[in-house]
Design a protein around this ligand. Structure first.
Ligand SMILES: Nc1nc2c(c(=O)[nH]1)N[C@H]1C(S)=C(S)[C@@H](COP(=O)(O)OP(=O)(O)OC[C@H]3O[C@@H](n4cnc5c(N)ncnc54)[C@H](O)[C@@H]3O)O[C@H]1N2
Ligand code: MOO
Length: 391
């Protein structure tokens, strides 16, 4: 059985973007650039004032004669000479001949004279043309996510559209005779609300995927096969939850095998989530997550998240960045299987949530992070650092 790192590398290797499209910036939030953003304009487009005040000839004089006004987008057309100044506002072009801007807080007006009431200091308060960027400069590299800050840079570069990677289409299939639509379980003895597909779908969307549909299936090989064939036709990635283990009705893998499944891995030596599997069928990717809700969401976070991020054009490694945090409690040694302890923050440190059962749903919601425990790792005392990742 392979371990987390090897499985992670296999998934990252398959996580390549699919197709690109041109979209208006307003529709591109959160998406990943397929082509670099290159500025169409310089910013600022001219030498501009950084403050509201008076652009002066720069001469060391106690007062200046006001000869005009410069607004952003509507500058002063003339040139200023020695002893002259122009009323100017933040972002307005600095007139020809002006050497500095004096802030309005340190002047008083006396007719057409602007009189300094205190020394202006050394700052010129002028932003040179192109001091942020010049036309033709690359502002954002391909692969960069159009997060809120990147959107500002792209729009500031005078782009109307961006070339971005298409979101991978994902179909989620859940299996289990006991599963019913959430909200209807109490009406039927033995029924269990189907919870996992909602979480998996939200997780996939969070990492850049587009969930085309979620389908709840009975543990009937024929029904699962038909739904799987349809899903493979519609999606770039099919995620199957449940039926991953060795139970009598665990049909997920056998059904995909009939559809030509080539497995990349069929189990990973981790806890929870050992039954996770991953492969390809009919040219599409297929990932099988265990049915237990905590196991499904933890394997989803560890493997589906980087896969979707990479298919969406991002860097899969960004979804798998472990960092360190101090424990606020002692932790026992880890067994043979790499363990991902569900944890949460307490002050500046982390602790395990009390219920580590792989079927848990309440504790899953309480968890904020995973604490990674390598196979055979010794006990860790409070105050020592552990590896963590955000859930
Ligand atoms: N003899 C063995 N038994 C089990 C093994 C094993 O290696 N040998 N592995 C265990 C592990 S680990 C896990 S995890 C589970 C996962 O099995 P499945 O993927 O086959 O999951 P199911 O049997 O379909 O369901 C398990 C459990 O989770 C509930 N469930 C399933 N899907 C959903 C859903 N969409 N929403 C809410 N709840 C769901 C289901 O009702 C079951 O209670 O197998 C162990 N067994
Ligand atoms: O994934 Mo199972 O323990 O890992 O519930």
């Amino acid at each position: 059985m392979i371990g987390y790192d090897e499985a992670q590398a296999i998934v990252a290797g398959a996580a390549r973007p699919l197709a690109s499209e041109m979209v208006p910036l307003a529709a591109a939030s959160g998406r990943f650039l397929a082509a670099a953003v290159v500025a169409n304009v310089a910013s600022p487009p001219a030498d501009v004032s950084a403050m509201d005040g008076y652009a002066t000839s720069g001469d060391d004089l106690p007062s200046f004669t006001l000869v005009g006004i410069s607004y952003p987008g509507n500058g002063f057309a003339g040139r200023i000479g020695a002893g002259e100044c122009v009323r100017i506002f933040t972002g307005a072009p600095v007139p020809e001949g002006a050497k500095r801007v004096i802030v309005q807080e340190i002047v008083r007006t006396d007719g057409s004279q602007i009189v300094l009431v205190s020394p202006p200091g050394s700052a010129t308060h002028i932003r040179p043309r192109g001091s942020d960027f010049m036309a033709g400069e690359q502002l954002l590299p391909a692969g960069r996510q159009l997060d809120p800050r990147a959107l500002v840079a792209a729009a500031g570069a005078d782009l109307a559209t961006a070339e971005i990677w298409s979101r991978p289409r994902i179909v989620i299939l859940t299996t289990g005779d006991e599963l019913v639509e959430a909200g209807t379980a109490r009406a039927t003895p033995g029924a269990i609300p189907e919870s996992v597909s909602l979480g998996v779908s939200a997780l996939a969307e969070q990492y850049g995927g587009h969930c085309v549909s979620r389908r709840r299936l009975r543990d009937e090989p024929q029904e699962i096969k038909e739904a799987s064939e349809r899903a493979l036709a519609e999606a770039d990635l099919v995620v199957m939850t449940g039926g991953a283990s060795v139970g009598e009705k665990d049909y997920a893998k056998p059904v995909f095998q009939e559809l030509g499944l080539e497995l990349e891995f069929s189990k990973v030596a981790i806890k929870p989530g050992k039954p996770i599997w991953f492969g390809r069928a009919r040219g599409k990717l297929v990932m099988g997550l265990p049915g237990n809700p905590t196991s499904a969401m933890i394997t989803g976070r560890l493997f589906l998240a980087p896969l979707v991020r990479g298919l969406a054009g991002g860097d899969p490694a960004h979804a798998s960045r472990w960092r360190h945090a101090p424990l606020v409690q002692d932790m026992p040694p880890c067994g043979d299987r790499e363990t991902f302890v569900r944890g949460r923050w307490r002050g500046d440190g982390v602790e395990a949530v009390p219920n580590q059962d792989s079927s848990a749903q309440r504790a899953l919601a309480e968890a904020e992070i995973l604490i990674r425990r390598r196979p055979g790792a010794p006990a860790v005392a409070a105050g020592q650092l552990v590896e963590i990742i955000d859930l």
